[in-house]
Design a protein around this ligand. Structure first.
Ligand SMILES: Cc1cc2nc3c(=O)[nH]c(=O)nc-3n(C[C@H](O)[C@H](O)[C@H](O)COP(=O)(O)OP(=O)(O)OC[C@H]3O[C@@H](n4cnc5c(N)ncnc54)[C@H](O)[C@@H]3O)c2cc1C
Length: 418
């Protein structure tokens, strides 16, 4: 193994949007650093997402402050490959010191001297500080209820690319956040019979009174919410930028031909059972939708804005049959289901980071990314500082805060050591 001769102040692990943002802020502050990425820059956008995915927010919003998307208008929804290209170009802009194809295997605190010893696939590196920017959505989660049935083709949404990759037959999509709902829609449009298992969700309007919901969340201060509301920790957000962007409307999906079912409960004897919560979940999603319209109307009135009224946004289609007479059990063979797609989310994986910065549930202990282990930082985590923390624009601001913290700590270290 090689030993890095140069002393690295800060080692950033991961070169997704979080790592690139971190590098920009460290560069601006003149802090020597290195970014290690086991794959390519923004790999998750290239191979961890399905082919037709476009950004869920418009180009004017889902970007870093210092660069627009070349070739796209502000209201366009940028395809995922171009989102990845954007981060590559962004990193080139300030010659970010990123080394790709190098995996960090472990990091341990040094005994009797400052810093950390980091084992990588290319050798050992010594660093004073570590920023874990390895992503909020690292390890796909498939719940334990998944059936042990070799005749079924099962995959996580992270492994779904397009309808052609699936075998003949109907598909059960479990989870109706932004991924599940978009995948179900795409499969139904491709001619598949689709069952979509809908749990608790929020579904903001794509746009209301000529403003995208990203704008509304911004002016209403909702992106800045510091913590998830109690009871809403597991509520996903169903939004879509597909086909120019549209509001996710479960009733519309049902009339289009997607079979909606409640939360998936269990698999046994070739059957799947669902909870009887479909109508409640949709009603709660409607309430969330309407509350945003109300808040938007109040904001417009309070500020005297000249934005046209949109009363039709409050009209819902009649409840489809699958809501009125919910299916609670399906025989998988009779329904022709050959594939299950688990759009059930991800967890982070910090098994390489062997430091005292985790609680008893293995969750990072931190305040705005500054961990309980001096010199270790987390970036990109959900709710790191606010609701926007996992989003492209949000991570940039969190990275700035962490870079400032590092600069302050360096001043303390330099005191008395000119
Ligand atoms: C389906 C989907 C759609 C999304 N759409 C949007 C959107 O439209 N707009 C938006 O703002 N956000 C969106 N997000 C959220 C977020 O922007 C992305 O998840 C984004 O990829 C997170 O960036 P990150 O840099 O924090 O993590 P990642 O992009 O996951 O980057 C982490 C990097 O770390 C590397 N890595 C991991 N472990 C190691 C190691 N041990 N050594 C070296 N390298 C390592 C990985 O290879 C990876 O490249 C979406 C998320 C998903 C899942």
């Amino acid at each position: 193994m090689t030993v890095e001769k140069t002393e690295i102040d800060t080692l950033v692990v991961g070169a997704g949007q979080a790592g690139v943002a971190m590098s920009e802020h460290l560069t601006k502050l003149g802090i020597s650093h290195l970014v290690l990425e086991k794959n390519r820059i923004a790999e998750a956008w290239r191979t961890g997402r399905w082919d037709s995915l476009v950004a869920n927010g418009p180009a004017w919003h889902d970007r870093f402050p210092n660069m627009t998307f070349a070739g796209f208008g502000p209201d366009d929804f940028v395809p995922k490959e171009q989102v990845a290209d954007y981060f590559v170009a962004y990193a080139e802009k300030f010659s970010a010191p990123i080394r790709t194809g190098v995996e960090v295997k472990s990091a341990v605190r040094n005994e009797g001297r400052p810093g950390f010893t980091v084992e990588t696939s290319a050798g050992i590196i010594e660093a004073r500080r570590i920023v874990a920017a390895t992503g909020p959505f690292q390890r796909p989660v498939i719940p334990a209820i998944a059936p042990q049935d070799a005749s079924l083709h099962q995959l996580h949404s992270a492994q779904y690319y397009n309808p052609q990759q699936l075998p003949e037959g109907a598909v059960l999509v479990v989870g109706a956040g932004s991924s599940g709902v978009q995948i179900a829609d795409e499969l139904q449009r491709a001619g598949k019979t689709v069952y979509l298992s809908v749990g608790p969700h929020d579904r903001p309007p794509r746009a209301y009174r000529q403003r995208d919901f990203c704008w509304w969340l911004g002016v209403l201060g909702l992106w800045d919410a510091a913590a998830s509301q109690p009871g809403k920790e597991h509520v996903t957000i169903a939004v879509s930028g597909a086909r120019g962007g549209h509001t996710v409307d479960f009733r519309k999906l049902a009339y289009q031909g997607v079979n909606l079912v409640g939360l998936t409960r269990a698999f046994a004897d070739g059957k799947v059972t669902f909870q009887t919560d479909l109508a409640d979940n949709i009603a709660n999603g409607d309430a969330n939708y309407l509350s945003l319209l109300d808040a938007a109307d109040a904001y417009i009135a309070r500020n005297g804005l000249d934005l046209p009224e949109e009363p039709e946004a409050r009209h819902f289609l009649p409840d489809p049959d699958c809501m009125v007479n919910p299916v609670t059990e399906l025989d998988l063979k009779e329904a022709g289901i050959t594939t299950i797609i688990w759009a059930t989310g991800y967890v982070a994986d910090y098994s390489w980071l062997k430091v005292d910065a985790f609680d008893e549930n293995n969750k990072p202990k931190h305040q705005r990314g500054v961990s309980s282990e001096a010199g270790v930082y987390f970036l990109g985590l959900p709710w790191l500082s606010r609701r926007g923390s996992t989003f492209i624009w949000g991570v940039w601001h969190d990275a700035k805060y962490i870079a400032d913290h590092i600069a302050t700590q360096r001043k303390y270290s330099e005191y008395g050591n000119p």
